[in-house]
Structures are given as C-alpha cells and as structure tokens.
Design a protein around this ligand. Structure first.
Ligand SMILES: O=c1[nH]c(=O)c2[nH]c(=O)[nH]c2[nH]1
Length: 302
C-alpha cells in the first residue's frame, strides 16, 4: 500500500549565534538561538534519493553566522525576516521558511572601580551577566508573498501577594477547594503576539514594540484585581491590544503557580496569610487568545 508523504520541513535547529558589536569601548551583545525550517518542492528528496532540491541544513546554519556578520542583528524579528526572505527568494524549490528564534538577554556588570578600562558611570563596557529573567522569542514565516511575525516571551515569572480572589465556582461531590478571598496569584508567563505587518512598508521597530508589550503585560498583571487567572489573562491581552497598534492578537499560557497556606496549627501558630508551600505540580494551566475583532487568529494553539 502506498503511503502519502505529508507535511514536511527541515533545517538546522538551534544554531547558537552571539554577535558582539565593538564599535566603541561600550560593546553590545546579541545572543540568539536560531532554528530554521524550510519546506517546498521536496518530494524527491524523500522519495527518490535525489537531493537536487535540498539546501543542506549545514548551509542554513552557515547562513545564520554569515548574516550575523554581514547584516548584523538589529532585532530577532528583523534577523528572522532577513533569513526567511533569503532562503525562499534564492532557492526555487523552497517555498516557505519558518525561522524560530530565542533571545537571551545580558545585563552590564557595574563596578565601583574607576580604573582606565572602565567607561564611566561604573559600567564596564565589555563585562556582562546573563539576565536571570525571561527568554524572548520570535517566529518569522515567509511564503514568498507575505510575512507573518509572532513575537513573544517565556519564563517571565510574576506574583501578586494580594488582590486575588477565587470563589463562586462550580461545586460537585469532588470539590474540596476552599473559596479564597485573599490569595497569592503567581504564574510563569508564556506570551506570543502577532503583528499586523506582513511585508509591505517599513518593518515596525521590533525592539521598541517588545519593550512596550512586555511592560503592558506586567502592568496589567499588577493592576488587575483578579477574580481568576482567566480574568487576568484577558486583562493582559486586552491591555496590549489597547496600547500597541502594531499587534493584532495575543496568546497567553499561564500556569497557576499554586501557593498553598501551610497549616501551622499543629505548632500552636496562626498562619495569617504569611507562610506558603509553593507547589510545582500539578498546576492549573490557563490558556487563551485575545484578538482584535475581525482578525483571524494565526498563533497556533500549542
Ligand atoms: O484562577 C483560577 N482559575 C481556575 O480555573 C482555578 N481552578 C482552581 O482550582 N483554582 C483556580 N484559580
């Protein structure tokens, strides 16, 4: 019985590229993990043994490094747009490119030492410490006609130590959860947001856009008096759409990082919402998309 070759794609995954800008003594760093996935007229590669349509994954890796030198890395998104356009526009059998990028942030190390090799304001121009915070993500897809850019972040852990309640839910014979009128709300945010830019006109200022979207996500989390993580999710997505015209859709994955009050009665102590057991699993997983009216959501539901 003949089998059908279904969707397929290939490319070098997780090319780690670090680009250092040495234009002054205050160096700049871009640290990316780039995964290329190409698809197109690739039946023969799978079916006949002919590699005539196959651009080697090794070449896609080399292209990442060469572009880091030749074009620089202005932002993860701009770099991905560049790569995607290159692979599709220059290789006839390749009809679609999907570039996934993770970006790791570095902070500058500051020191009180004022010796000559330091560049003022206690900042060391060439010394960095990897930021402990979130990982920035980007996915750029190009089909020869238009681009789709989905920016994002993951591992952004946040907590509200009050202003969160959860009550009034369905109760059945298996329900043991006590209604909460003042609880800890903590989550590790995974967010992705789709841009309206699809190739025409200038690209958005991706760095600026990212900074503001991140800020709005955090501000909405902090400012929402929450009756559920679902409500907080909607507030976070809405706030981004209300404030960032370049974004059409926001998808959030919010694990509820439960903080359970520890029973201190056995020790003769009263727990006034002060001592918690931070459980790591299982966790409630709250996921949802908020998008503009009339926009067809494009962010895949993972
Ligand atoms: O914000 C919450 N949403 C839920 O759906 C839920 N379910 C649960 O047990 N705790 C919570 N908290």
């Amino acid at each position: 019985m003949a089998h059908v070759l279904g969707q397929n794609q290939y490319g070098k995954a997780e090319t780690r590229v670090v680009r250092i800008y040495r234009d002054s003594t205050r160096h700049e760093i871009k640290d990316l993990n780039v995964s290329v996935a190409l698809s197109g007229d690739l039946d023969d590669v799978h079916l006949t043994g002919s590699n005539a349509h196959c651009l080697p994954t090794d070449t896609t890796k080399n292209t990442v490094y060469a572009f880091a030198k030749e074009h620089g890395i202005e932002s993860a998104e701009a770099f991905g747009v560049h790569l995607a356009r290159h692979f599709v526009d220059n290789n006839e059998p390749i009809h679609r490119a999907r570039i996934r990028i993770e970006e790791y942030a570095w902070d500058r190390i500051r020191t009180p030492d004022n010796s000559a090799r330091f560049i003022g304001s206690e900042e060391v121009g060439h010394s960095f410490v990897r930021s402990g915070g979130e990982i920035r993500t980007a996915q750029i897809t190009y089909d020869g006609d238009s681009f789709q850019v989905i920016s994002g972040l993951k591992e952004l852990t946040v907590m509200n130590s009050t202003n969160s309640e959860f009550w009034g839910y369905i109760k059945d014979k298996y329900t043991t959860l006590k209604e909460a009128y003042d609880r800890v709300l903590a989550t590790e945010v995974t967010a992705r947001w789709a841009h309206s830019w699809s190739g025409a006109g200038d690209q958005p200022n991706w760095e600026r856009s990212y900074t503001h979207v991140r800020r709005h996500l955090l501000e909405a989390f902090a400012e929402t008096y929450s009756y559920s993580l679902q409500q907080t999710l909607h507030a976070m997505g809405s706030r981004v759409l209300n404030n960032r015209a370049e974004v059409d859709e926001v998808r959030l994955e919010l694990p509820n990082k439960h903080h359970f009050l520890v029973d201190l009665e056995p020790f003769g102590l009263k727990n006034n919402n002060e001592v918690y057991f931070a459980a790591d699993r299982p966790y409630g997983l709250i996921e949802g998309t908020v998008h503009r009216e009339g926009v067809v959501p494009v962010i895949p539901v993972a």
